[in-house]
Design a binder for this molecule. Structure first.
Ligand SMILES: Nc1ncnc2c1ncn2[C@@H]1O[C@H](COP(=O)(O)OP(=O)(O)OP(=O)(O)O)[C@@H](O)[C@H]1O
Length: 247
């Protein structure tokens, strides 16, 4: 499930530049441990989104090494990447739901893509929507949902495949402070079930809301480590999510 030493992800001297421009990320090294709750913070333009793209394998670095679940993902043949992506859940600030599909069908999407039979997906999708508090909105299209409801559908979709790691890029950026806290509680609940969570945010108030979280700070593409995120493994142990967790 993880690397030989149990790590989820290790970055070693990673650098990223887009085209011939200056480096956006420089000398980035860290290890994410199973069961950790990590915040990635930093000013606008510091490189948070770029770093998350490396984490969810949407971008390759210009230099350095990245290992995920014990495998070097940089030299991995492109056709093997989808297998790794299935172990990751991703949540975006702008939700990215499919507008013509219902909440149910949005959450069912990853299961359908991986070939789960229709008769086997109704229950887990319904349980998941219930878990995020949206059982009553199961047939609603995204346009008829509030921002917070859309984000909860997006979170349900990101975790229906029971990922080992959840990566969220400014997930509370488009919701009010009350809903931001509620979303954070969902991430915490997932984390308690064993999923490694990485949340990028520039909202420093959020950082204080998760007591056991570890904070990584980016400053002009370089990483600093105010809570020892890069040195200390978290206290919680990780395990894979199971269906009962959402029943
Ligand atoms: N595809 C791209 N091509 C060229 N430059 C890019 C690209 N994506 C991002 N950048 C540049 O990389 C730098 C870091 O951007 P990034 O979006 O990673 O930062 P961020 O910390 O997430 O910022 P914000 O909080 O404003 O979203 C910025 O200077 C940005 O203009």
């Amino acid at each position: 499930m993880t690397g030989e030493g149990g790590e989820v992800v290790t970055f070693d001297n990673v650098g990223l530049r887009y085209g011939a421009d200056r480096e956006i990320l420089s000398d980035v090294s860290f290890t994410l441990h199973p069961g950790g709750f990590y915040f990635l913070t930093g000013a606008s333009g510091a490189g948070k989104t770029s770093m998350l793209k490396l984490l969810y394998l949407a971008q390759r670095p210009s230099r350095g090494a990245i290992r995920m679940f014990g495998t070097d993902v940089i030299t991995l043949p492109r056709e093997r990447l989808p297998l790794f992506r299935r172990r990751l859940g991703v949540v975006f600030q702008d939700f990215r739901l499919v507008s013509h599909l219902s909440a149910f069908d949005n959450v069912a999407l990853p299961l359908r893509v991986s070939g789960v039979r229709e008769s086997e997906l109704r229950q887990p999708v319904t349980d998941m929507l219930e878990w995020v508090g949206l059982a009553h909105r199961i047939d609603a299209r995204p346009a008829t949902l509030s921002g917070g409801e859309q984000q909860r559908v997006a979170i349900a979709r990101a975790v229906i495949g029971r990922p080992d790691m959840l990566v969220a890029d400014e997930p509370t950026g488009n919701v009010d402070p009350d809903m931001a806290l509620k979303l954070l509680r969902l991430f915490e609940a997932l984390n308690r079930l064993g999923t490694t969570v990485v949340v990028a945010t520039h909202d420093v108030h959020l950082l204080r809301k998760v007591p056991d979280s570890l904070i990584m700070r980016l400053d002009k593409g370089r990483l600093s480590d105010p809570t020892g995120a890069l040195r200390f493994p978290p206290r919680r142990e990780a395990r894979r999510l199971s269906e009962e967790d959402f029943a």
